[in-house]
Design a protein around this ligand. Structure first.
Ligand code: FE2
Length: 427
C-alpha cells in the first residue's frame, strides 16, 4: 500500500511506462505495472516525470523589484547597477521577504523546488540575510533554499565585506560567494579568491563565486579558483558562476584550463538569459555571445548547471522563473542541438544542478525524496521545445501545484482540432 502511485511515466533518459510508488514522502518503488494500491493515483499517460527543477543561481534579494525606484530604461548592466544602488537604501526586511516569497509561489508553480540564491552582504544592515534566513525556514516544507553570502561590491573593494560575510554565515547562510573580477585589480581578485576559499575550507562550506563575469579574455580568476580547489581538497564543493570570460579566452589556454577544472572537480554555472543580454555590449559587430564554453565543459565531464540569475529586477526586466526557458536559451546560445546535448541542457536545470548544490535525496530512485514534476511532454527535448506545462508538481509525495494541460481549439470551418503542440498529438 502506497500513499501515491504515478502510473505510466516516461523518465529522463528514456525509460517508458514506469510506475512510481511513494510511501512516507519517499520513492518506495519504481517498475512496470506495480501491483499495489495507493491512497492517490496520478495517471501520467506517457508524459515525462522528472525530478524537480533546480535553479542553481539566482538573486532573491533583488527579485521582483522591477520598477523600484524606476525602470532600467537602457536595459544595460551599468544602469542596472546604478538602480540597485538607488534601491538599496530604501530596502526593508519585510519587502525583501515578501518579494522573495512571491517568487517561491512562481517557483513552485514551475516545479522548481530547489534554489541557490546569492545574497548581497555589502549592506551593513544585512536586511536581506535576515529576510531570506527567515524565508528559508518558513518555506522549507516546500522548497529547499540554499543561501550564498555574496560580497557583491567586492571582498576587498568594500571595506566591511569580510566582517559582514562572516556574520552572515553565522546568521544561517550556507555558501561562501565572491566576485573577484569586480575587485580593484586583478591581483586583489586573486587574493580575494584565496581568502574566501580559506574561510570556506576552515568553516566546511560550499563555495560559489561569480567569477570572470566579463568579456576580458585575460580575466583568469577561474584558474585561481581551480588551483585553490586543489589546494584545499574541495573537489565537488566549489562552483564558478558565469565564467563568461572563457568565451573570449585564447583557445590554447582553454585547452589547459578545462582539463584542470575537470581534474579539480570544480563545477560551472552559466546563466544563459543574462549572459546573452549583458555580455558583448562593448562589441560592435561581430558581437560575442558571452556564455561560457558549456559544450566543451560538459564534454570534459565538468558538471554544468544553468541558472536564471535574475527575475524582474534592476538587471533583467523579464522572466517568470521558468527553468525550461533557461534551458532553451542555453541550448540555443551554446548551439547544443545534438540529441544528447539537448538532454544535457535539461540536466543542467535538474540533475547536474542538484549535484552542484550537493542536494541530498534528489532523483528518481527508491529512497529519494518523492519530489517530482509531471510535464506535458514526452521527453526532455519536447519539454524544452514547449516549455511544457507542469501538470503536477509533487513535494514529499503530495501535490504542491497543478496546472491544466495547455490546449488550443482551432476551427477550420467544420474541421475542429485540439492542438497542444506535442508529438503525441501530431497524427
Ligand atoms: Fe548572479
Amino acid at each position: 500500500m502506497f500513499d501515491l502511485i504515478i502510473r505510466n511515466a516516461n523518465l529522463p533518459g528514456g525509460r517508458k511506462g514506469v510506475d512510481i510508488g511513494v510511501a512516507a514522502g519517499k520513492i518506495a518503488a519504481l517498475g512496470q505495472k506495480l501491483e499495489a494500491e495507493a491512497g492517490h493515483e496520478i495517471d501520467a499517460t506517457g508524459w515525462l516525470v522528472s525530478p524537480p527543477f533546480v535553479d542553481s543561481h539566482v538573486h532573491m534579494d533583488s527579485t521582483l523589484s522591477l520598477g523600484l525606484p524606476r525602470l532600467n530604461e537602457s536595459g544595460t548592466l551599468l544602469e542596472g547597477i546604478a538602480l540597485w544602488g538607488e534601491l538599496k537604501p530604501h530596502l526593508t526586511q519585510e519587502a525583501i521577504y515578501e518579494r522573495a516569497k512571491k517568487l517561491c509561489y512562481w517557483s513552485a508553480a514551475r516545479g522548481t523546488l530547489a534554489i541557490r540564491s546569492h545574497l548581497d552582504v555589502c549592506d551593513d544592515r544585512l536586511l536581506a540575510v535576515e529576510a531570506l534566513v527567515q524565508l528559508k525556514r518558513d518555506i522549507a516544507p516546500w522548497i529547499d533554499l540554499q543561501l550564498v553570502a555574496f560580497p557583491q561590491d567586492g571582498f576587498y573593494r568594500y571595506g566591511k565585506s569580510e566582517e559582514n560575510l562572516r556574520k552572515a554565515l553565522k546568521m544561517g547562510l550556507d555558501v561562501v560567494g565572491g566576485i573577484p573580477h569586480f575587485e580593484r585589480t586583478m591581483e586583489d581578485g586573486r587574493l580575494s579568491v584565496q581568502a574566501l576559499m580559506k574561510i570556506a575550507a576552515d568553516e566546511g562550506r560550499l563555495v560559489d563565486m561569480h567569477c570572470d563575469e566579463t568579456d576580458d579574455p585575460l580575466s583568469r580568476h577561474i584558474e585561481t579558483l581551480t588551483a585553490e580547489t586543489f589546494r584545499h581538497g574541495m573537489g565537488g564543493r566549489v562552483t564558478g558562476s558565469h565564467l563568461t570570460s572563457m568565451h573570449s579566452m585564447d583557445n590554447y589556454y582553454v585547452s589547459k584550463l578545462i582539463p584542470l577544472m575537470a581534474e579539480a572537480g570544480i563545477a560551472a554555472i552559466a546563466n544563459p538569459l543574462i549572459n546573452i543580454t549583458i555580455q558583448g555590449r562593448h562589441d560592435t559587430y561581430p558581437k560575442r555571445r558571452g556564455m561560457t564554453r558549456v559544450k566543451e565543459l560538459m564534454a570534459a565531464g565538468v558538471p554544468v548547471g544553468f541558472g536564471h540569475d535574475c527575475v524582474m529586477d534592476p538587471w533583467y526586466s523579464l522572466g517568470s522563473h521558468d527553468m525550461l526557458e533557461v534551458a532553451g536559451m542555453g541550448l540555443h546560445v551554446g548551439q547544443l542541438t545534438g540529441m544528447s546535448e539537448m538532454a544535457a541542457c535539461f540536466g543542467a536545470v535538474t540533475q547536474a544542478a542538484a549535484r552542484i548544490m550537493n542536494l541530498d535525496g534528489y532523483g528518481l530512485e527508491p529512497g529519494c525524496h518523492a519530489d517530482m514534476v509531471v510535464l506535458q511532454a514526452e521527453d526532455e527535448i519536447e519539454a524544452i521545445r514547449l516549455r511544457a506545462e507542469r501538470l503536477f508538481v509533487i513535494r514529499r509525495g503530495k501535490v504542491l501545484a497543478q496546472s491544466a494541460p495547455r490546449e488550443a481549439v482551432v476551427n477550420f470551418g467544420d474541421d475542429t482540432r485540439r492542438v497542444d503542440f506535442t508529438r503525441a498529438n501530431l497524427g
